[in-house]
Design a protein around this ligand. Structure first.
Ligand code: SF4
Length: 470
């Protein structure tokens, strides 16, 4: 996927003028957040589960090597293989090698954000292996040559006409605006792919160290077909997904479903524990787990370590006013919303992603709804500090901060300036009390009026109260 994060401002401007996208985002805001709120009401111990999830994830990160090695030895014991990949390139090459070993021409794929992160589809296609996405949203995007704009609802930016157009072009069937008919059509086309694929590639929501199992959760059941029908099953996943036991996994599944879609439980929770055994009726003959690091181990011991607790539920973006206004593509890479504003600078570099941690109102809603209590606003501030240290902040902003610091260190001058500015703005606003053009504040007043300050400044009120002995 081409990196477009440096163009965040331009992307956002286009998104704000895209009527179809704004309609889709308008509906989306009333879906997942409302469902989550209702699901939580039905589970009084939800906050206790969040604390337990946070503590358990912290423990896992501190002992990541131990649990990953335990997971590896169990997979081998079960007859599977584990491949350790430090970089995206290593992971792509490993998967291609496995495909070549079994002479694969086509692979079916369950949804996997890690595979988006390493650009797996393009790599396989360039090397003669045809990937077919089987998650409905991902399948639609693949037909359109598009990319996910949300981590669990990848095609949230599209409407039924877009889907109908894509199916008509690729399936050569009449157009229809009936979502049920479109779903049936996709099912018919994908069934053939499931049966004929040489390899199935899925992601994993969690890896269980005590059993060597991987688990994928879906609402469509495509994960089951992808991993049980082809002769070879490859799981591509990142290292922080490991959990110690099946019981720990169930804790995170309870948090995940409620935080993501507001379901009590996701419809399909499919565990894989190695290749098929003699007594099994189905399942793959070969089982591989590709463990991707891609910069994650470097986050351990840094101010970004807590980000490794993320269970990819999407709750932070579902509640984010910035994501809700500009959609996922504006962020310009794989991970959008608040979690993306922390992860993306780590993965592609703060020099390319500096806009993202600044694209935040710092309202704190993301942290409030995160099931594992990740302090996302704090980490976005860390990235802003790094941006400033590396002199990536625009000159106007640096100049503005330096000017503010000059006055802030001189309280009398600061008070005089605050008083004069308030007076000046009140005069500008007149009887309406609103300013529609303000020098140096075009970023605000180009889009909406600015309310003029009312009454006295805070310091003047404070001093008056002190004098009055209140
Ligand atoms: S940061 Fe928290 S809320 Fe956002 S996707 Fe990760 S776990 Fe979910």
């Amino acid at each position: 996927m081409q990196i477009k994060s440096p163009q965040f401002k331009e992307n956002a401007r286009i998104a704000l003028h895209n009527v179809e996208l704004q309609e889709a985002l308008g509906q989306f805001k009333h879906g997942f957040p409302v469902n989550r709120a209702n699901a939580i009401k039905r589970l009084p111990e939800f906050d206790d589960l969040r604390d337990a999830g946070r503590d358990l994830k912290n423990h896992i990160i501190q002992n990541l090597d131990i649990y990953l090695e335990q997971f590896e030895s169990k997979v081998i014991e079960n007859g599977g293989h584990v491949h350790w990949c430090r970089t995206a390139e290593d992971a792509n090459k490993t998967i291609l090698d496995i495909c070549k070993q079994v002479d694969a021409k086509t692979v079916t794929k369950g949804k996997s954000m890690v595979s988006e992160e390493i650009n797996l589809n393009d790599y396989l296609e360039a090397n003669g292996v045809q990937p077919v996405e089987t998650d409905l949203g991902e399948y639609i995007l693949q037909l359109r040559g598009d990319h996910p704009s949300h981590i669990i609802a990848p095609a949230i930016h599209l409407n039924v006409e877009d889907v109908s157009e894509a199916f008509h072009t690729h399936h050569k069937r009449p157009k229809t605006g009936d979502p049920q008919a479109l779903m049936k059509e996709a099912r018919e086309v994908l069934r053939k792919q499931f049966v004929s694929a040489d390899v199935g590639i899925t992601g994993a929501n969690f890896l269980v160290a005590e059993t060597g199992s991987t688990i994928i959760v879906t609402n469509e059941g495509n994960g089951d077909l992808t991993q049980t029908l082809p002769k070879t099953h490859i799981v591509i996943t990142s290292i922080e997904k490991v959990v110690p036991t099946l019981e720990d996994m169930s804790l995170f599944l309870r948090l995940l479903a409620r935080s993501a879609t507001g379901q009590e439980f996701t419809v399909y929770n499919t565990l894989s524990s190695g290749p098929r055994r003699a007594e099994d009726q189905d399942g793959p003959e070969n089982f591989h787990v590709v463990l991707v690091d891609n910069g994650r181990s470097e986050m351990v011991g840094t101010e970004f370590q807590e980000m490794l607790r993320c269970i990819r539920c999407s709750s932070c973006m579902n509640h984010c006013p910035v994501y809700g206004a500009v959609g996922g593509h504006s962020y310009g890479w794989v991970y959008p919303g608040p979690m993306g504003s922390v992860l993306t600078p780590k993965m592609i570099g703060i020099d390319k992603a500096a806009h993202l941690p600044n694209a935040s109102t710092s309202c704190g809603k993301c942290e409030e709804v995160c099931p594992v209590r990740i302090p996302l606003p704090k980490m976005m501030r860390h990235w802003r500090e790094k941006e400033f240290e590396k002199h990536l902040t625009p000159k106007a902003v640096r100049f503005g901060i330096a000017g503010w610091a000059y006055f802030a260190k001189r309280p009398a001058l600061y008070r005089w300036l605050a008083r004069s500015s308030a007076w000046f703005m009140q005069k500008m606003a007149g009887k309406k009390g609103r300013i529609n053009k303000l020098p140096l504040a075009g970023g605000w007043t180009d889009w909406r009026d600015m309310p003029a300050p009312q009454g006295k400044t805070f310091m003047d009120q404070w001093q008056a109260k002190q004098k009055a002995g209140e």
